[in-house]
Write a protein that binds this ligand. Structure first.
Ligand code: CP
Length: 312
């Protein structure tokens, strides 16, 4: 594997989860693998977990780490070919990606959807620009369309907490005051398509995700019905995909409460808005896996970097 851009880059999810759990049992066991090599982490958007867990994973493998808040500190990038750059952009992705490739052996990038132009977001111009012009491996730390490091961490968390052969896993939309991207939900869905599980999505009408991603996964518009006998409830807000980037409902009845959760485990990628997305009583209970999910971000990133280092 040269790049880790999406869940599709995983050749065997169960093998990767096993490998990640093995690394978790002794995180520094391969602390020479990345010796004398450098990873650059470029953030076009904010982060807590991704930034620290990817850095920690790299350090566990002996990599040197350079971090840059590109969105606030880098030059505004141009992506189009042949542009006369006499307006807001100062540097072309062609030079930027090649320059980063001189300093680093791996580059990891966070660049969210702007939720204004679906076509532009789906073109993944930052991630694909680096993929095209950098001559080093590229890792997706959440792009417009996907968050595959989060989904891999979620797969590890599911594996650690699952007591059944075929658990019932529900992905539930939740209300949020701001328009949020679809990336976490998309990658979770793609990851769940690789699992032997009874998987169902629930959301209000109008929040259908990209059919190319959801494929034939059942969608239930009645949240209470969807949650019946669930083993895991993964909660996430996303803005409308069809009415692209719009908040079309803030119905607080969709917030996850203890009563709705029943005996299921609660999952969320964080950060989460308390008492909007989920009630305190859930988040503060031992049914919540959110802190374990955040911990597993390190081992998801570590297994990805290990595979890239072994190949390069
Ligand atoms: N879950 C996640 O990606 O967290 P951050 O946005 O804080 O990195």
């Amino acid at each position: 594997m040269r790049n880790y851009l999406s869940i599709k880059d995983i050749d065997s999810l169960s093998d990767w989860v096993t490998e990640a759990r093995e690394l978790k049992s002794n995180p520094r066991q391969l602390n020479n693998l990345g010796k004398n090599r450098t990873i650059g982490l470029l953030f076009f958007n904010n982060s807590l977990r991704t930034r620290l867990s990817t850095q920690k994973a790299a350090m566990n493998l002996g990599l040197e780490v350079i971090v840059m808040n590109f969105g606030s500190e880098g030059w505004a990038l141009e992506y189009a070919d042949g542009t006369i750059m006499n307006e807001g952009t100062s540097e072309h992705i062609k030079e930027a990606a090649q320059v980063v490739s001189q300093y680093c052996d791996i580059v990891a990038i966070r660049a969210f959807a702007n939720l204004k132009d679906k076509e532009k977001d789906e073109a993944e111009q930052v991630l694909n620009g680096f993929k095209k012009y950098a001559n080093i491996p590229v890792v997706n730390m959440e792009s417009s369309v996907g968050h595959p490091l989060q989904a891999l961490a979620d797969a590890i968390t599911l594996d650690e907490n699952n007591l059944k052969n075929k658990p019932k896993v529900v992905l539930s939309w939740a209300p949020h005051p701001k328009a949020l991207p679809h990336a976490v939900a998309n990658s979770f869905i793609e990851m769940m398509q690789l699992q032997d599980a009874n998987f169902i999505i629930t959301h209000p009408a109008g929040y259908e995700l990209d059919k190319k991603i959801t494929k034939d996964i059942p969608i239930e518009y009645d949240q209470n019905k969807a949650l019946e006998n669930a083993d895991f409830v993964y909660v996430k807000n996303w803005s409308s995909y069809t009415d692209y980037g719009q908040v079309i409902s803030q119905d607080s009845n969709w917030m996850i409460t203890k009563e709705k959760l029943g005996d299921a485990k609660f999952m969320h990628c964080l950060p989460v808005r308390r008492n909007v997305v989920v009630a305190d009583e859930v988040l503060d209970s031992n049914q919540s896996l959110v802190i374990e999910q955040a911990n597993n971000r390190t081992f998801a990133a570590q297994v990805v970097l290990k595979k890239i280092l072994e190949k390069s």
